[in-house]
Design a protein around this ligand. Structure first.
Ligand code: FAD
Length: 392
């Protein structure tokens, strides 16, 4: 099976930034992307919140990210990841439509996809008046009346953008105010072509060959009404793209991947970055930040694993002190042990390597342990350096 150090799944802002950081740290990096690298921003008209560049099209920014990542020569491969699994001895296997790859560490950076309305007519008229991308399809609605569904930043921003083409844009929202940022709402509400339709949901999308109208239901009164429109743009939220790790990593509320500060998932050696994870703000700048953090955490994990493999798991007999690097008393103990037994006792930060301690069966820190080729022979809790004497 093909063996790689770091496999990054997804080539959006998070994945591409992870590739830059991973390569700069000297890792062998493979980026797997099912479509064209760049991610969601490729279909975004304008980005005005990427620091340093007041205004840029999403397509241009995506291209710049790609070119920047290419400069560090990671390997890019067009492949769709179908499954990530943990095989014997903790090996991480990434299964793609182009074959399986064994990885030391994996970063999941597969972003999110548009949520559907789920009403009759939506699937039938997708591509024939129903769209999820204003940049891709807006120009088809020159001088026509259209509807945008949703009330967050994306819905309100895209409605504003669509007024470049459409003669009128209704924003259908199930509440009586938008969830979008104040500046975004103020700009849209000052646009004479935009008209909000409050407290309403789309019950049905109607038409013959193409969309001709929508049936709305007022959620307060229960009344239904019809609105003639030629197009419906749906921006009602996103779903994470992580079915391929379903049941493997811990997820939360709607399937978003749970991570800690180092962007580690619940599975050792698997990290998540960008929109796919459970987080407060899903934007390009936070996705890029995540990519950097995940790559450096993966680098530290890989280096540590290789080091530990050599010094802790391969030798016939090792005596090791597992201590916590955040406990001043235990740091003092580790310093004493180092002074007294020099190279006879291996010091391991059990706080940083919590999962490894659990796997080995090491209890509360500090513990001194004797290992034989990676198996725990014995261990005991200690409070002073002298207590190690009998184990040497
Ligand atoms: P994505 O950009 O979603 O990239 C994920 C990549 O993974 C994709 O290329 C996808 O093809 C790939 N992938 C998915 N599944 C697999 C698989 N199984 N195998 C292989 N590859 C896979 N943010 C801003 O900061 N400013 C804005 O103005 C802005 N406007 C937006 C407007 C719209 C219409 C949209 C949709 C988003 C907007 N965003 C904006 C949000 C921003 O685009 C995202 O936060 C950002 O792209 C997230 O990056 P990511 O790398 O986490 O994921």
């Amino acid at each position: 099976m093909e063996k790689r150090e770091l496999v990054i799944v997804g080539g959006g802002p998070a994945g591409l930034t992870a590739a830059i950081y991973g390569r700069r740290a000297g890792l062998d990096v493979l980026v797997l992307e099912k479509g064209m690298a760049g991610g969601q921003i490729t279909i975004t008209a304008e980005i005005e919140n990427w620091p340093g560049i007041p205004m840029i099209s999403g397509e241009e920014l995506a291209r710049a990210f790609r070119e920047h990542a290419e400069k560090f020569s990671p390997e890019f491969r067009e492949a769709e990841v179908k499954k990530v699994s943990i095989e014997e001895a903790g090996k991480k296997v990434v299964a793609t439509d182009k074959g399986d790859i064994e990885a030391e560490a994996v970063i999941i950076a597969t972003g999110a996809s548009f949520r559907k309305l789920g009403c009759p007519g939506e699937a039938e008229f997708t591509g024939r008046g129903v769209s999820y991308c204003a940049v891709c399809d807006g120009a088809f609605f020159e001088d026509q009346v259209i509807a945008v569904v949703g009330g967050g930043n994306t819905a309100v921003e895209e409605a504003d953008y669509l007024t470049r083409f459409a003669s009128k844009v209704y924003i259908i929202h199930r509440r009586d105010s938008f969830r979008a940022d104040r500046a975004v709402v103020e700009k849209a509400m000052a646009n004479p072509k935009i008209e909000p339709v409050w407290n309403s949901v789309v019950e049905r999308i109607k038409g013959t060959d193409m969309v001709e109208g929508i049936v709305l239901k007022n959620v307060k009164t229960g009344e239904t009404s019809e609105l003639p429109v030629a197009g419906v743009f749906v921006f009602v939220g996103m779903n994470p793209n992580c079915d391929f790790v379903k049941g493997l990593v811990e997820t939360k509320d709607g399937g978003w991947i749970v991570t800690n500060e180092m962007l580690e998932t619940s599975v050792e050696g698997i990290f998540a970055a960008g929109d796919v994870r459970d987080k407060f703000l899903r934007q390009v700048v936070t996705a890029a930040g995540d990519g950097a953090t995940a790559a450096m955490a993966a680098y530290s994990y890989i280096s540590e694993q290789l080091h530990l493999q050599k010094v802790l798991f391969e030798p016939e007999r090792v005596v090791s002190l597992f201590y916590s690097s955040i406990d001043p008393e235990q740091i003092k103990l580790a310093n004493e042990v180092e002074k007294k037994y020099a190279k006879k006792v291996l010091l391991i930060d059990g706080y940083k390597n919590k999962r490894m301690c659990e796997k080995l069966g090491i209890g509360d820190l500090p513990q001194v342990a004797v290992l034989n080729k990676g198996s725990l022979v014995k261990s005991k809790a200690i409070n002073d350096a002298q207590a190690i004497e009998g184990l040497l």
